[in-house]
Design a protein. Structure first.
Length: 271
DNA sequence: TCCCAGGCTTGGT
DNA sequence: ACCAAGCATGGG
């Protein structure tokens, strides 16, 4: 179905480093697997987007997944009206970015894997993980693999996790899966927590530190004030903000600000 | 080949 | 509490 959406650009979302199972399939189209479903999405023009999926899945899943009920215009305008020249340019460059509402468990595993890996390498490892432990499904002839549950990974041994290019992160993934599968850390409870409490709880997981916990809060819990600082954001802060970025300036939507910064710095300045 | 990648854990002060 | 080394492996 065709939808008219402002501040929405599929290519920018796919290349913004927040999701790892969204792939270009040509003709301004992308495939995506999330919440055990398969979607093809095409950008027809600036404000027209085609969603190829079951009709009911758009309303019950994808509209929420792509955060279509959040007013990004408000964020864009408040940055336009600021004195922040760097951020103005970043918004102009990536004004179609949205913060996705991804599955919490998948986001945890994905960002544990992400540490000291390039985005293509992250995507490759996650796809291997899904092909090995996920459920094989198909939608209109397209075969895809779901993201494996904590329980399925928890019952593996260290040997079972070899061949996925996890490297030293293999033990983090196995320990985290076990911790969640046995109820030591409860994701349903975390979903109800404040950003601060959720981040504290997430950091109990093996392989989850400050940065990964903030990414999980932002992309897996829609805590849009979370401000993950990775090497690219560090570069932004050092280069354009004199080494300190005051998160009080954009209080309430620092995560969206962070995403504009990341996308602009990483893709515009490939230094 | 060399360097870097959406960092974390551990052990030493 | 802070700091630095070590970490496995793919991709450019």
């Amino acid at each position: 179905m065709i939808k008219n959406i402002v501040h929405f650009n599929v290519q920018q979302i796919a290349d913004s480093g927040q999701c790892f199972r969204m792939n270009n399939i040509g003709n301004n189209s992308y495939s995506l697997v999330a919440f055990n479903k398969y979607l093809e999405i095409e950008q027809l023009d600036k404000n027209q987007v085609v969603f190829r999926c079951e009709d009911e899945d758009f309303e019950t899943l994808w509209a929420d997944y792509f955060d279509l009920n959040y007013d990004y215009g408000n964020v864009v305008h408040s940055i336009h009206n600021s004195e922040d020249d760097f951020l103005k340019k970043a918004v102009e460059y990536g004004e179609g970015i949205r913060i996705l509402k991804q599955d919490l468990w998948e986001t945890i595993v994905s960002f544990i894997i992400s540490q000291r890996k390039s985005i293509p390498a992250i995507k490759s490892t996650i796809e291997k993980l899904c092909m090995k432990f996920g459920e094989k499904k198909s939608f209109e002839g397209k075969v895809y693999y779901t993201f494996p549950s904590p329980e399925v990974i928890a019952e593996q041994s260290m040997e079972g996790l070899q061949g996925l290019a996890l490297g030293y992160r293999d033990k983090y993934i196995l320990n985290t899966a076990k911790t969640i599968a046995n109820g030591e850390v409860n994701l349903e409870l975390i979903k109800q927590m404040s950003r601060e409490d959720a981040i504290l709880e997430l950091k109990k997981l093996s392989g989850v530190g400050e940065k990964v916990a903030n990414c999980v809060a932002l992309y897996g819990m829609h805590k849009i004030d979370a401000f993950p600082v990775d090497v690219w954001i560090k570069r932004v802060v050092d280069t354009y903000y004199g080494g300190f970025f005051d998160t009080n300036t954009y209080k309430g939507f620092n995560g969206i600000v962070q995403q504009y910064m990341f996308y602009y710095m990483k893709n515009k300045y490939k230094s």
